[in-house]
Design a protein. Structure first.
Length: 279
């Protein structure tokens, strides 16, 4: 069983960070495989116990990359293989909203598309200091306080208002509506031409707005099926905003590498107990 505690970030960070999460579990000597399917979030992970995850090539099954003590897991626009966990784990995650990583650090999300990057390569010794603070923290609330201070110090270095705020609002609206959004209307609200809107959007979030809509819709359908395993795929398609079931099937193949039923079968449903959960 996975034991998870989720914590909200400090209010000034709420537009850019979905939540912090601390997870603990023991695979008891077996491999726990987690498919890396398409996702619109960038996450920053800090590992405290077992060796970090390994990423396997979806074609050959060979190991593509072994993680470090602190990794940035970038936006997934496709199926990127399986992450393998084996051991006793304890790790802290910062889950950034679409465009949030760029807003806080002024680093383009497009640099992390379908990649796992060692955080030390981006933040140098600064991330080591934060890691040591988290490792020595007495509880998850103290961990959150250290991360709040770290992120706020970077946010204060950025310009108070610019085009990024408009893009953040647009990307948050797309996610809130599970990908069902009118891109032309969003560009009009931003007072930008479609070309200019897409250019800013890609630089900040890492994906074109239409692709973000598709990924958000796919994740909505995936979550619905996990929460409602007896619901038909036709019903899931309707609830998620797809044209029909064939549209859903095409998108699942695109973003998970498998038809929906096969992807669900290969996704481990490890029981997760939340001591506190962000809604």
């Amino acid at each position: 069983m996975i034991t998870t505690t989720e914590i909200l970030p400090a209010p000034p960070l709420a537009p850019f960070v979905r939540c912090y999460a601390f997870r603990e579990f023991d695979t008891r000597g077996t491999n726990l495989l987690k498919p890396w399917h398409a996702s619109y979030e960038i996450s920053l992970f800090f590992f405290f116990k077992a060796l970090p995850v390994q990423l396997a090539d979806p074609g050959t099954g060979g190991i593509l990359k072994k993680g470090s003590y602190c990794d940035i897991v970038g936006i997934g626009t496709q199926y990127n293989g399986e992450m393998t966990f084996n051991g006793c784990y304890a790790f802290f995650e910062i889950a950034f909203k679409a465009g949030g990583f760029n807003k806080i650090f002024n680093i383009y999300g497009s640099e992390f598309i379908n990649q796992i990057v060692c955080a030390e390569d981006i933040f140098n010794n600064e991330i080591k200091v934060l890691y040591e603070q988290l490792y020595g923290a007495k509880n998850t609330r103290e961990m959150a306080a250290w991360v709040n201070a770290f992120l706020l110090s970077h946010l204060k270095k950025q310009k108070p208002r610019d085009s990024k705020d408009i893009i953040m609002s647009a990307s948050n609206l797309i996610i809130k509506n599970d990908g069902n959004a009118n891109i032309s209307k969003l560009a009009g609200i931003a007072n930008m031409s479609m070309r200019n809107f897409e250019r800013h959007f890609i630089r900040q979030t890492g994906t074109p707005p239409k692709l973000l809509c598709s990924i958000a819709r796919f994740n909505r359908a995936f979550s619905l099926k996990l929460d409602n395993p007896h619901e038909s795929w036709s019903s899931i398609a309707t609830l998620s905003g797809y044209f029909d079931q064939m549209h859903l099937i095409r998108e699942f193949k695109r973003f998970s590498g498998n038809p929906p039923s096969a992807f669900i079968r290969e996704t481990p449903l490890t029981e997760e107990h939340f001591t506190d959960r962000v809604k």
